[in-house]
Design a protein around this ligand. Structure first.
Ligand code: ME8
Length: 517
């Protein structure tokens, strides 16, 4: 695939102090859609996810659980790996920061930064929040209960005073601002980009990048009582996984065409610290960092203490994998905050999947089975304006989806697909092929051909979102595996009249609430 354009997409690596929840599933599904879309569009894709296993937070959780940090990491890393598999994620690699390859990468990046004079030894005194694994300035703290002070995220803070290595972040302020300006798409969405720019314009402090008060992490080369700050360790994973520091084919191909998708909580690390660290090491900053919004549960913040953490595996068991993947990207504009509710989930399944798409496919495919001998119908050469309008709208979808996907506007892409699905349903009603069966059977074949083509277009573009269901729709309109890439989209891949079709089967059942006794 040497001629293909390269595309590298990453999820955050998730902390192993806890079990996966809907937020983790959300980011992984979004990245999987990007990866699958780009693969179908002919790109050479690398998709990475994994777990962030070091740091004080994991060390403390392990202590509380009475096990070693490694044992906790092994347990929860496996949970995240299983989640990725259950989500149907097509990741090419799963990185764990406790792997030897990652130690080597962190040591190399550290040593490079020291050699370039970007990391020096000093002394840290200030506020630290273990829950966020982040340092906070005095002016950032907010009032907590009983006169206490909290991080702006609500996390408890402690006063830390210890020797520490520092990264010369302050020296990178102007070069970061130049980078944002020269690369207007590098940080998105625009509102978040503006926040990042004003944060950097406000002035940057040097960043404390090592700690001596805990042990669970990667020791600083040559000064082993210091442990690298977990965020330096964590961010480096994106390079480890493509072969840094050795370099080689993967690194050359996929750095820096890297697209980081993260929650808004960790944008500052990815859009400020990370590009500065990379530039300081003489490496290219990422191509894009997109920060998505935050899910709440039936209107409430999701938290362990409220006991309202949503288990994505339970949702998949109840609603099915593809409806879950569809829902999370359809319900909320990517970038905005969103609320999970069972009512909204059932509403989307029944109205958009079962009614709009399921019924369209069912109606068209059963008419073809009954009235066209179970083969792709034979169209007449003269299409009407109505036929052209629907086919034209279906054919135009690829360009619309490409544009939406490049902006991570999944909801816009799905809405465009649904506009065509709804238009196809209106077309069926207007053309009334069940009447044409008696009055003009040749015309009926044309109408059903146009509809089968529309289903092919819609299903082809839904593959990244709902791989199994879209695959089943493509089976039913007789598209062979090798005909499902976007190179076959539109006129070049038109269905061949007479191709035998399998017996139609419903793909999107209605969700019926189990009866409560
Ligand atoms: O931050 N809504 O790991 P983490 C939407 N290890 N997304 C959510 C969410 C919610 N309610 N809760 C979590 C870390 N997420 C670091 C990352 S990367 C080099 C290191 C998602 O386990 C979202 O993607 O706390 C968020 O950024 C991520 O999980 C945080 O996962």
């Amino acid at each position: 695939m040497t001629g293909a354009k390269a595309f590298y997409v990453t999820t955050p690596i998730y902390y192993v102090n806890d079990k996966p929840h809907i937020g983790h599933a959300y980011t992984t599904v979004a990245c999987d859609v990007l990866a699958r879309f780009k693969r179908l569009d002919g790109f050479d894709v690398r998709f990475l996810t994994g777990t962030d296993e070091h740091g004080q937070k994991v060390e403390k959780s392990a202590e509380a659980a009475g096990i070693t940090p490694q044992a906790l990491a092994d347990l929860n890393s496996a949970n995240f790996r299983d989640l990725a598999a259950r989500l149907g994620a097509s990741n090419d690699d799963f990185i764990r920061t406790t792997e030897p390859r990652h130690h080597a990468a962190c040591e190399a990046l550290w040593t490079t930064l020291v050699e370039r004079g970007e990391i020096t030894l000093g002394h840290y005194e200030g506020w630290y929040a273990v829950r966020d694994e982040a340092f906070y300035g005095e002016d950032e703290l907010v009032a907590g209960p009983n006169g206490s002070r909290l991080a702006p995220t609500g996390a408890p803070v402690e006063w830390v005073k210890e020797p520490s290595y520092f990264f010369r972040l302050s020296a990178w302020q102007q070069r970061l601002l130049d980078w944002y300006e020269a690369n207007p798409d590098a940080v998105a969405p625009a509102s978040r980009r503006n926040e990042v720019i004003s944060f950097v314009k406000g002035g940057l402090q040097d960043l404390s990048v090592s700690r001596t008060s805990f042990k669970w992490g990667i020791p600083v080369p040559g000064d082993e009582k210091h442990i690298m700050y977990v965020w330096i360790d964590a961010l480096t994973n994106y390079m480890t996984a493509v072969g840094y520091p050795a370099g080689g084919a993967l690194f050359e191909r996929f750095w820096p065409v890297v697209h980081h998708v993260v929650g808004k909580d960790i944008l500052r690390f990815h859009a400020v610290y990370w590009p500065a660290l990379l530039m300081a090491a003489g490496l290219e900053p990422p191509r894009r960092v997109f920060a998505h919004g935050w899910w709440t549960n039936e209107g409430q913040k999701i938290s362990k203490s409220l006991g309202n953490v949503i288990d994505p595996l339970a949702l998949i068991d109840t609603y099915g994998l593809d409806p879950f993947r569809f829902f999370v990207l359809r319900e909320v504009p990517f970038g905005n905050d969103g609320d999970f509710s069972h009512k909204a989930m059932i509403g989307r399944i029944n109205s958009e999947l079962a009614n709009d798409l399921g019924n369209l496919a069912q109606r068209v495919l059963s008419m073809i089975a009954k009235n066209c001998g179970g083969v792709v119908p034979t169209p007449q050469p003269d299409f009407t304006d109505d036929d052209h309008a629907l086919l034209g709208a279906a054919d135009a979808l690829l360009a619309t989806l490409r544009d939406a996907i490049d902006r991570q506007a999944f909801h816009e892409g799905l809405e465009a697909i649904w506009v065509v699905i709804r238009a196809a349903n209106v077309y069926v009603d207007r053309q009334a092929p069940w009447t044409l069966r008696k009055t003009d059977p040749a015309r009926m074949q044309t109408v059903l051909y146009v509809l089968a083509e529309t289903i092919r277009a819609v299903a082809t573009l839904l593959q990244p979102f709902m791989p199994t269901s879209a695959g089943r729709l493509l089976d039913q309109v007789g598209v062979a595996e090798q005909g499902r890439g976007f190179d076959r989209f539109g006129p070049t891949g038109r269905l061949t009249a007479g191709t035998p079709l399998p017996a139609p089967q419903g793909v999107f059942p209605r969700f019926v609430e189990p009866e409560t006794p």
